[in-house]
Structures are given as structure tokens and as C-alpha cells.
Write a protein of this length. Structure first.
Length: 278
């Protein structure tokens, strides 16, 4: 159910008020951490096939996991799609991610705080100190790979501001706010939490939201109406509104329907590049 705030914003959008950038949809056709038996693309060919379907459905960014074969997957995505390639697996140490920099992917994900996640078959604890974050910032400038900053709570925002104040980052700052991901970095998927955390974000941020579980729809709708961007796919929440398991391109298509119903136009991959400074 939409809150009064969402309904008020929706009415403004329908009247043509609050003009904003077109909506960037990030697709995540990866393992579902809460339901690991859910099928997802595993081979390079399967990844490329699903990625093209996601682009056709309305996605502009592909958040992908392809450790040990980044070169092959990045090359295939560039040859077969126009998607922005965002390379995930931010829990891994920098030496295991250098292939992403060397292949000059469009983006690489980094977490701005402790990795503390409690998934169905994995309990993860990885510290990412500010020294590591500064090293990522230096690599970003050296290789021209944009950082995607994962924001789990206000402490993550403090670290982002720290890097900005040190002059280590160049705007726009690509960020993703995470909600209802289980573990010690958990935060509720509520409109109040979204607006609270968003209020601390520094200028120059391009904000995307990611939420697990059924309350995902509230966060997606709020972000669409606020002018932020959204992330959907099997990695985040693999069910359409009816409760049916769905492939990522189907989840993208449902998100497109939501955006259209709320009056927000979609960004093409080229428009997303301009907005994100890629």
C-alpha cells in the first residue's frame, strides 16, 4: 500500500510538476542470496542472453557477477548490448578485482562500510577500512572506472563524505541505498528510513535504491517519485507482484510498468551514461 507521501508525489507527477531526470533501471540477474535455488544465468552465453533481454525490457545498467571470467563477460556485453557494465562482488579484496579495472569496465561496486550479511547459505563479515576505500578511489582515476558506492546506513555516508572532502572522488557520485538486506548492516525497507538516509546524502550523488522482500515496492515507488533510480533482479527480489518467480528481464518489465504508471520516463543507456558521468 502506498503511503500518503507517495500518493501526493504521484499526483504532482501526473500534473507534470517536479520534473526530473529519466529513470535509470539497474538489472541484477545474479544469485538470489535469500533463495539460492532460484535459477539465474551462469554461463557467459546465458548472461549475455539475459542481459540483452533486460536492455530490451528497459534496463540501462547491468550489475553483474562474473568473477574469474570478467574479461570474457565484459567483452561480450560491450559487443552485444549498449548497457552500462557495473561489476559487483564488492566483498572481494582489491587484488581479486584488478581484472575489472584492467578491462576498464564502466563501473565497479564498493561497499563503504563493514560487509555484514546473513544470507541463506552464507554468513559474511568483511571489513572495508578507509585505507581500502582510498585505494579504490585512486584506481578509479587511474583506470577510468567509475565507483558505485554501496550505502547501508549513515556510517556509509560518513565515509563517502570523508572521501569527497579529501578530494579523492569526482562527481557525480554513483550510490546505491540498500534496504532489508539481512545481517548487521540491515535497515528497514520503509519510506521513513529512505527519506532519513537520503537527507544525509552529499551533493552530486546519483542515488539508486535496492530492497529485498515484499516491501521492495514501497521503496521503488518512493525513489521513482523522488527523482532517484531503482535496481531490480533475481539478486534483489525474484518475485513479481503476483508472487510468481520471475527472470530478471520480467522484473525489469514490471518496474517499467510501475514507472509509467507514476509518470516517470525511462533513461536510455546513453542518457544513463550522461547522468552517471560514465
Amino acid at each position: 500500500m502506498y503511503t500518503p507521501t507517495i500518493c501526493a508525489l504521484a499526483r504532482k507527477r501526473q500534473r507534470g510538476e517536479n520534473r526530473m531526470d529519466p529513470l535509470i533501471i539497474t538489472a541484477t540477474p545474479n544469485i538470489c542470496w535469500l533463495h539460492p535455488k532460484v535459477e539465474y544465468p551462469r554461463t557467459t552465453d546465458q548472461i549475455l542472453e539475459e542481459s540483452l533481454r533486460c536492455q530490451e525490457a528497459g534496463a540501462s545498467i547491468l550489475h553483474i557477477h562474473a568473477q574469474d571470467r570478467w574479461t570474457e563477460v565484459i567483452a561480450g556485453l560491450r559487443a552485444g548490448t549498449n548497457l552500462i557494465v557495473q561489476c559487483g562482488m564488492s566483498s572481494l579484496p582489491i587484488p581479486k578485482r584488478m581484472e575489472v579495472f584492467e578491462q576498464k569496465a564502466d563501473m565497479i561496486s564498493i561497499i563503504l562500510s563493514h560487509h555484514d550479511e546473513a544470507f541463506a547459505e552464507l554468513d559474511m563479515h568483511v571489513l572495508h577500512p578507509r585505507e581500502e576505500l582510498a585505494q579504490y578511489a585512486a584506481l578509479s582515476r587511474q583506470y577510468g572506472v567509475k565507483l558505485e558506492h554501496e550505502i547501508w546506513h549513515t556510517g556509509s555516508i560518513w565515509n563517502l563524505k570523508y572521501l569527497i572532502e579529501k578530494g579523492l572522488l569526482d562527481a557525480p557520485h554513483i550510490t546505491t541505498l540498500f534496504f532489508d538486506w539481512p545481517g548487521g548492516s540491515w535497515s528497514p525497507a520503509t519510506i521513513e528510513e529512505y527519506h532519513y538516509r537520503r537527507s544525509f546524502m552529499p551533493p552530486g550523488c546519483v542515488i539508486t535504491v535496492s530492497a529485498m522482500r515484499e516491501r521492495q515496492i514501497d521503496i521503488l515507488a518512493a525513489a521513482i517519485l523522488q527523482g532517484d533510480h531503482i535496481r531490480v533482479g533475481t539478486e534483489d527480489y525474484p518475485f513479481v507482484r503476483s508472487g510468481r518467480l520471475a527472470a530478471t528481464h520480467e522484473l525489469v518489465a514490471e518496474a517499467v510498468q510501475l514507472a509509467r504508471s507514476l509518470g516517470r520516463p525511462l533513461a536510455t543507456p546513453d542518457q544513463a551514461r550522461q547522468i552517471a558521468g560514465v
